[in-house]
Ligand binder design. Structure first.
Ligand SMILES: [Zn+2]
Ligand SMILES: [Zn+2]
Length: 387
């Protein structure tokens, strides 16, 4: 088994990102990512799409060198397709199929086709990433917020069954527009993944005085799932949601997942994530990670950076505390250093680990951000209602 680094949430000129997909893929490949999901809003990178060059340059917001110029100097005049003159000049966006060979040839990088299924209910955004898709999913309406969340997950699942191909969906940035609460996430049982970290600075990652941040949302939702609904908890994903690649504040390289898989192949990566063999990171990595749901144990060693110190918080909810808001997702243990192991106690519904480095995040999405990692939870399986 190997560990692969990937970003599951990326925007390009195919929707509201401000660079060409090849330029974006190059950034990720050069920064030692193994896989990338280009997940544009309600579109796959397929078919013929021309864009006005002036409109592309406007998206750069006058930062740095012209987008087209960088694109041509990186991939060569012969690769870039232009038509028209002056203000009417257009460039054709390459499809995923066209750009795959350029990046995948070496066997050390792959694309996984995806889409941000961009939906809303009553003005509240409901954004769901579909991963490893074979065809576009048109956002499905619903009769309530939860119904809307559910219908889009079902659409991904239906496609997966139809193609007999593993696919995955994750609920994005619940606090964006303060639209999705922990209770919503808990009660939509079809939901298996959500973004515990998203690098877009406008998604209210930390919550506010009245509303919980993404990590607390995870704990509240998982406690409801286990204590009340007798259902499996959610897995947490860390992603970039990158839009800007010339400077500006929605930049790439902030959050990613590390997936343990036998091969760097799209179905294998998706299957591993589906069984929880991955963790979220914004800079902290593990050398060994053993998460054993059957034994109730979690063990890891942190890949230490020189001069950095690490604090691991074991976070969970004890049985009997599920209705006490202050004790839902409490810190069960604090461990300093690089070696961590913890075993689920009989009186705990679940636990998970958040590791925080003393090192500042080099590309922070919020003030004072440190490098972190988030493991998946380990929970009391005997609490789960048999399906
Ligand atoms: Zn979104
Ligand atoms: Zn997005």
């Amino acid at each position: 088994m190997h560990w692969f680094k990937g970003n599951t949430h990326t925007h390009s000129l195919w929707s509201d990102g401000n660079d060409f997909p090849e330029m974006i893929a190059k950034f990720y490949k050069d920064n030692s990512y193994h896989f990338l999901v280009l997940s544009d809003h309600n579109i796959l990178s397929r078919g013929e799409k021309w864009m006005n060059v002036g409109a592309i340059e406007k998206r750069r917001r006058t930062l740095g060198v012209a987008t087209l110029k960088k694109y041509i100097s990186t991939f060569g005049k012969d690769w870039v397709e232009l038509r028209g003159e002056d203000k009417k000049q257009e460039v054709r966006l390459k499809t995923l199929k066209e750009i795959r060979p350029k990046f995948e040839r070496g066997g050390d990088f792959i694309f996984i086709e995806g889409e941000e299924i961009t939906n809303s209910f009553g003005g509240s955004p409901v954004h769901t990433n579909g991963m490893n898709l074979k065809e576009l999913i048109v956002p499905k309406k619903g009769t309530s917020l939860r119904d809307t969340m559910r219908n889009n997950i079902i659409a991904v699942r239906e496609q997966s069954l139809r193609y007999k191909k593993p696919m995955l969906s994750h609920l994005n940035h619940p606090n964006f527009g303060w639209s999705i609460t922990a209770e919503d996430l808990a009660h939509v049982l079809e939901e298996k993944f959500f973004e515990v970290y998203n690098g877009h600075p406008g998604i209210n990652h930390l919550g506010d005085a009245k509303r919980p941040g993404d990590e607390k949302i995870w704990d509240i939702a998982n406690t409801i799932r286990l204590a009340t609904l007798k259902s499996d908890p959610l897995y947490g994903i860390s992603s970039d949601d990158s839009h800007y690649y010339h400077g500006g504040d929605v930049k790439p390289g902030r959050g990613w997942v590390m997936v343990q898989s036998s091969s760097l192949e799209e179905d294998s990566i998706v299957r591993s994530m589906d069984s929880g063999n991955f963790y979220g990171s914004s800079g902290v990595h593990f050398k060994n990670l053993l998460r054993d749901q059957t034994k109730g144990t979690l063990e890891f060693e942190i890949e230490a950076n020189a001069g950095a110190e690490y604090v691991t918080k074991i976070i969970g909810t004890r049985k009997g505390n599920e209705k006490k808001p202050d004790l839902v997702g409490e810190t069960l243990a604090t461990i300093k250093g690089t070696k961590v192991n913890y075993k689920l106690m009989d009186n705990e519904w679940y636990f998970r680990a958040t590791v925080t480095s003393s090192k500042d995040h080099p590309r922070p999405s919020f003030n004072g951000q440190k490098e972190q990692a988030w493991t998946q939870p380990v929970w009391d399986s005997s609490a789960i209602r048999k399906k």
